[in-house]
Design a protein around this ligand. Sequence first.
Ligand SMILES: [Zn+2]
Ligand SMILES: [Zn+2]
Length: 815
Amino acid sequence: MYASLVVNVEAPGIKQPLTYRVPEELDELTVGDCVVVPFGRQEAIGYVMSREDAPPEGLDPGVIKPIKAKVLGDGASLPKAVLQTAQWMAREYFCDLATAVRSVIPDSQAAHLIRRVQLVPGWEEKLPEVTTASHRLVIETLAGCPSEAATLEELAELVASRVDSPVKLLRERNLLRDIWTVEPPRTGAKRVKAARLLVVWDDAEDAAKAREAKAPAQAKLLRALSSAGGGPLPVSKLIAEAGVSAAALKKLEADELISIEVLTERRRPYSLSTSAVVAPELMPEQKIALEEIKKRLDSRAHNVALLYGVTGSGKTEVYLRAIAETRRRGRTALVLVPEIALTAQVVDSFRSRIGDRVAVLHSNLSLGERRDEWQRIARGEADVVVGARSAIFCPLPNVGLIVVDEEHESSYKQDQPAPRYHAREVAIARARATGATVILGSATPSVETFYKAEKGEYGFLPLRERALSRPLPSVEIVDLREGFKKNQPALFAQPLLEGITERLEKHEQTILFLNRRGFSMFLLCRDCGYTTRCPDCEVSLTYHQRAAKLVCHHCNYERPAPDMCPNCNGNRLRPFGIGTEKIEEEIKKAFPTARVIRMDRDTTQEKNAHMKMLRQFRAGEADILIGTQMVAKGLDFAGVTLVGVISADTALNLPDFRASERAFQLLTQVAGRAGRGRKPGHVVVQSFNPEHESITAAAEHDYELFYKREIVFREELGYPPFARLANIIATDEDERLPEVRLRALANRLEDCDGLKVLGPAPCPLSRLKGKYRWHLLLKCTDGEALRTYLRRGLLSLTSSDRSGMTIDLDPMSLL
Ligand SMILES: [Zn+2]
Ligand SMILES: [Zn+2]
């Protein structure tokens, strides 16, 4: 018997999967199992992709090496659903199977692989043959160990001498064998006493009522436990927070209402919350959405729905109820959240409603913490997993619901290394493996997702009402052209200056936002707001100062930079760009007494500088925060009542066809930073293109207005969702080679039916880490055809031409 395996090693020249022989004692091996195999002179971990009766043709069975052992331990093997997802990724994202499989294995796997020697069952019968004293000592020592096994270090310590040679000989005589397990590091495991409710919620409430008068402490404890989902909760914490004595707990234990047990406390970043949370009443739209989700869950068939909820419409409440419904149906739920939003508060809010059966996975956990959570999930000790992008690969069994919150977030896309996957699409693929419901949530959905919902491919669950009485901030658009017309050009227009003055007087805070992603220069007419665009791709042309030319970074269209504005014949068509330093300087000039914090890449180099600045600002130690993207996302500052967007134009003129979408999302996000407290917020957006739909729609808080115009543009120019894109990037230290190689590829793709080839063109970021970068953009309405053409094209290249190329399917950024 044979098995084909993906081996977890970096071995670029070797074509995986590899064939190994399955020894008789491992006949039970199944697909997804983790094994140890010889690899070169070393040992490596591998995963079983398939079992085969015969070796592949042309391979001499004599040279096929045997698998050494199966790796034991929770979460060692890959669940079927995860493996299927990896296989889907390999097909979808154009990478080999080994790369895809290796990307779903947690980093912690290899780090925590432990090897032990174990006595082979039946060793007792062979014992009389062993006459060497040191060998007998090894055997007798092992016989006293748990599972008759120990690591070589442990064994050496127990017998107080080196054991290498006796172990080797005993292994040869088949008295010892190697076993491997994946285990979290054994440090830091603390044992704590914890209480757990033994009765259902209703009975606990009855018992609490009966005790209210005579034993209020007991009633308090019961309620604290039931509001935390029944526990277990650490006894010390429970007693301290309820303010009662240990005797009350003992009495409840005697009455068999609760149990007190000793638990090994997991390393865990967040505290257990004992605060009771009352589920809010649902609004009509939330009720409709939930009913629809219930139907979808009952179908047990793969399906996807967009939960389109404006800010404050209560998306999270729908998630929580949907999760409860999923658990009621005996299934589990996976919740993906953008990394940056995965704060202690978010996790605590899930814990306080769902109880302790929530596991959390994100990159800030230590390797040990992540391993703990991973194994807990694999053991079935969690019903709900909340995590960032890669949590989609966790070994949660029987997934019935996957929530992708803020589905439009670009952090869901993995850019480096391959597979360059989008977690939203992976979530949909994983749901297919178990017949699960996917909910994509957003107030500003990606154009692709909204389109699919509109077309009926995805369900559509709108939440247009807002639950909170807190009004949306008012948005004022300021036309920067006015200042130039009056010959008084300024960085800050009058309304913004007045707004800041007023905030300073009232001791309220201001955020000034500058989008710095528009690093590439573009020409902007200060008189009429005209920017130069590619006639074919509609993306902003990048200005190259030295050559005085304009270049399209999608298709390489070029033209000399005009001296006069082609639109108004004015002479103020000039490069555009502002830095945060300049803004700080001007602000200090205009408001000498204001306390200013500038937060950008330069000022946040130091570790934790970012958090420190935010803390200072939150504590009211500054009046004005000047910042880039960093301040746009998910931050809550109650003291901020004014947000100023210095220039919306940099976002609008990114050399990427998604510039309008990005600008809309960004403005919506930034605007959301104003008026998070009790006082209403105001937003001032400065722009030379005040009538651009991304700006006007964001000012109206109207996603659908933005979408209606954007979708027309996408269809006209054949961008997603009307076509699939592949971005092929070539890099090299040699300035010439990337272009040459891509041109060779472009030539091979010339006659492909329905395929549009743009470029090659220099990437907007044309040099990165000392390498020159060019890209080739492929557009095709049929994704399958696109992959076929690309595969054929790449195969026709020499491997040296192929080297240094990366392939990004459905790219999210073309920079
Ligand atoms: Zn003009
Ligand atoms: Zn172009």
